[in-house]
Design a protein around this ligand. Structure first.
Ligand code: SF4
Ligand code: ZN
Ligand code: ZN
Length: 316
């Protein structure tokens, strides 16, 4: 067998020059076949987990970063085949000076380009304060900016989806995000939270919209390459509050492992999938409740982050 001809031609079409080698599958792909493979993978994920119905109105959470902007482009292409389904891009403006403004205009620009309606909701409108102000108010408490932001943004997204009359919220969590969260939960001594790392998250309380993650089986590198090949404009600045210390170390560790043992991220993802039913069962036996405010698992009626937000008088 002539190894050379195989090596310098795309594994799928056998015609064009490969630009990317997918170590975990052994494929070498040309630009066109790579882009198609991403679309195929996302479609397969959507259908495997039954993420959408043909006539859904789908809110895509677009922060303006690489992953969410790429997701909006992918969803716009998928949605073209479903004339009864509609998309709406929703952006949460947390109120982070010098960071969110640029991201907002990029989200808006991409939505316009794709002809997708765009809605913005802000912390200021919803809660009366920007995240910058809330972070100041919370000094002296144990709450970190990301913990506050996470709870408030989840709610804000939900409000935005309701304003948009959407049945689903699609978020851009990719394979790496999901696998990092699994490991983080173990490292935080909170294994039951793995049950919540899920491609389709059913609303825990009434009034919450179903959240789905169409990119959950696409590695971060491939989302980035897709965005680059498609010439998608996105914001590259990190959030000034980003608490990435442990997550970053986990990311680097997983990337090193993946290089030496291709497919390890998928293996962790699948392990979490296999563990989930048992964790869910154990959780229900533990009689964990759902926080009445945010819907997250909680020992008490109200979870700790929501309680602290109440103390800060941000939530009622
Ligand atoms: Fe919010 Fe933290 Fe993300 Fe910044 S990094 S947008 S504070 S969750
Ligand atoms: Zn090809
Ligand atoms: Zn809560």
């Amino acid at each position: 067998m002539n190894g050379e001809t195989v090596m310098d031609r795309c594994t799928i079409c056998g015609e064009r020059e490969p630009i990317y080698t997918r170590a975990y599958s052994g494929e070498s792909l040309c630009r066109r076949c790579f882009v198609r493979s991403i679309m195929r993978k996302v479609r397969a994920t959507i259908s495997k987990y039954g993420m959408f119905k043909h006539d859904d109105r789908i809110a895509v959470a677009v922060s303006g970063g690489k992953d969410s902007t790429a997701l909006l482009h992918v969803m716009a292409e998928i949605e073209r085949r479903f004339p009864k389904s509609t998309l709406v891009a929703v952006t949460v403006d947390e109120g982070i000076k010098g960071y969110r403004d640029e991201a907002l205009s990029i989200a808006l620009e991409n939505s316009k380009l794709l002809g997708v309606e765009h809605i913005t909701v802000s912390f200021k409108e919803l809660y009366g304060y920007t995240l910058d102000e809330i972070v100041e108010m919370s000094s002296g408490t144990q709450l970190t900016p990301c913990a506050i932001c996470g709870v408030l943004r989840r709610r804000a997204l939900n409000v935005a989806a309701r304003i948009a009359k959407a049945e689903k919220i699609a978020t851009a969590h990719n394979l790496d995000d999901e696998v990092q969260t699994v490991i983080l939960n173990i490292m935080h001594g909170d294994p039951f939270r793995i049950a919540r790392v899920k491609p389709v998250l059913e609303p825990a309380t009434a009034g919450f919209v179903r959240r789905v993650k169409p990119f959950c089986e696409v590695p971060e590198r491939e989302v980035a390459l897709y965005a680059y090949i498609k010439g998608i404009k996105f914001q590259d600045l990190p959030c000034p509050y980003a608490e990435t210390a442990l997550r970053n170390e986990i990311r680097n560790m997983l990337n090193r492992l993946e290089e030496r043992h291709p497919g390890i991220k998928y293996a962790i993802f699948r392990s979490a999938e296999r563990m989930r039913p048992y964790l869910e069962k154990a959780l229900s036996e533990l009689k964990m409740r759902r926080c009445v405010i945010c819907g997250e698992p909680s020992v008490g009626e109200i979870c700790q982050p929501c309680q602290i937000l109440r103390d800060l008088k941000i939530l009622e």
